[in-house]
Design a protein around this ligand. Sequence first.
Ligand SMILES: *Cc1c(COP(=O)(O)O)cnc(C)c1O
Length: 399
Amino acid sequence: MPGFELFDREEQKHIQEVMDTGIIMRYNFDGLRNNQWKAKELETEISKSLQIKYVHLTSSGTTALITAMKALGIGAGDEVIMPVFTFVASFEAILFTGAIPVFADIDDTLTLNPEAVEKAITPRTKAIMPVHMCGAMADLDELIEIAKKHKLFLIEDACQATGATYKGKSLGTIGDIGCLSFDFVKTVTCGEGGAVLTNDEKVYQLSEQFSDHGHDHVGNDRGAEDHPVVGLNFRISELHAAIGLGQWGKLDRFLAQQRKIKNRIKNNLKKSPEIGFRRIPDEAGDNASFLSLILDDEIFAKNLANELKSKEIPCAYWYDNKWHYVRKWDHFKNLKNSKQLYSEQRELLPDYENQDFSASDAIMKRTVSIPISLKWDEQKADQISAAIIEITKNQTVEK
Ligand SMILES: *Cc1c(COP(=O)(O)O)cnc(C)c1O
């Protein structure tokens, strides 16, 4: 799953090229950098391989999301609909643009349920933010239709789905704007990093300006540049971009490897009637960083997760996880009293503590995900499959 598993000389080569000049800042210093522009080069590579006009790198996936919303003009009091199953960063990014995160249920895709999204729309809604969790996509056709009907932006949080596609198009390039993360455990890593993807030139310009103190990046005298917008520093460094360049060149290999191993385990498990799978709207486009199983019963799922852990097979039981699922996001539920927010924003927040996500609970309780390591071979895949089959078989007997 994480690209760091296959670090090699490639990343080192790009890092060395940066250090040979000593210019680790992505902008300016033209005379000293010996024509090394790693961030720009990585942006060009991503734009070519994902078939998107504009790519702007940032310091993280979180800052990419904030930048994307700022570029779309989303802010004070606007509502953004997001799923209850994601990483905390989706929520934080919405909150710190001044907007209001509005949760909607997920379905058996483990991503936004389009019906729940439609129900969550109010006159304040500005955007829908599907999160393509664990390497695979939301029901994008339906979500796009809803966004069009209600004139809302579609912001793709594709932080966990680098390289995945939906009907031939790369995730992150399908909505109005998309974000990738290159943090340490993602499919492609820069150590820390993120990207904003868009086909809209104006939105791209606003993104690159906002993420560098509002600089317009015209000319090569930073002190003389204009500031069309107020921004922040969400820049990526040349060293992080250098690692990303080494990694990006291996993306196709990562995807092929993940898909080979995941498909092998999945095919092995298909023989077991006790084991169900997450629904994937376009199976061929899955980046295959995870295999997500949906069992018949909460106890079976918990037991499977515990047994796998005791056999040192990595797995996630999201229902009890404090980073990824709404149930344990206690620090968000107390925001009504938080001094970090203006009282106006606090008053607009939904009553997070008393919302009903039982439809999502019913799925999450039964879900176990297995991260697919880039280091596994077919023999390892068969061993893992056999272990899962053995554990779930016993569970059925106990029932
Ligand atoms: C990792 C992740 C982010 C944030 O990315 P960082 O680079 O860690 O800031 C946002 N959303 C999702 C779904 C993620 O998995």
